[in-house]
Design a binder for this molecule. Sequence first.
Ligand SMILES: [Zn+2]
Length: 237
Amino acid sequence: MSVSRALGFTAGAVLGGLSAASAYGSVSKSSQMFGPSVYRGPGTRKSIALTFDDGPSESTPDLLEYLEKEGVAATFFQCGMHVKRLPHVAGQVAAAGHEIGNHSYSHPKLPFKSREFIRQEFSETQRVILAETGVTPMLMRAPYGFRWWGLREVQEQLLLLGVMWTVIGFDWRWPADKISGYVLGRSSPGGIVCLHDGRGTNIRPNIGNTMAAVREIVPRLRDKGYRFETVSGLLEG
Ligand SMILES: [Zn+2]
């Protein structure tokens, strides 16, 4: 199943009552309908950005240890509720030199939510991340990639650029070899890879398949001559 088809199926369950244009605007990786957003870098260097959503989780330190061993800088789109829950882990991510982005507070599906609800989700997360890591995020990613009315104003107010992805690893449901094969087959200079160091709102999620996939993806991409950059670094061109 292609990414757009897979996302289309997911989106269909959430966005059932919407016009095709609004549904497309909400989920399409290249859509600017609900706020400024990127899904890849300019690709002027042979670089790739690994991104991890839904953390921090209890397993994030294992991932940090591996990334440090490999000298890989990544970008973590964190949820406010998990930063609040595991502030020391959020701090470790920042201290290791990774970039931190805003992935909402409670990982809701934004379509049909009020502007005030959406504002709260991102402004509270911005506040919690700053308090616990000392970093003010410049990037945001909507949960499930679903964007909605009100997000543009929030992005303008908080100075947040939206980040989608070039390839998503479906690591919440696929085994490691399928994730790594899919990501490696779709990697290109300037690409943004979406994986997860958490699983939505879950406490103590099992991310063993993601960890195994990352251990396969990093050396294979490096063998092909890729460097790893944060999303902000990748966008500098
Ligand atoms: Zn997420």
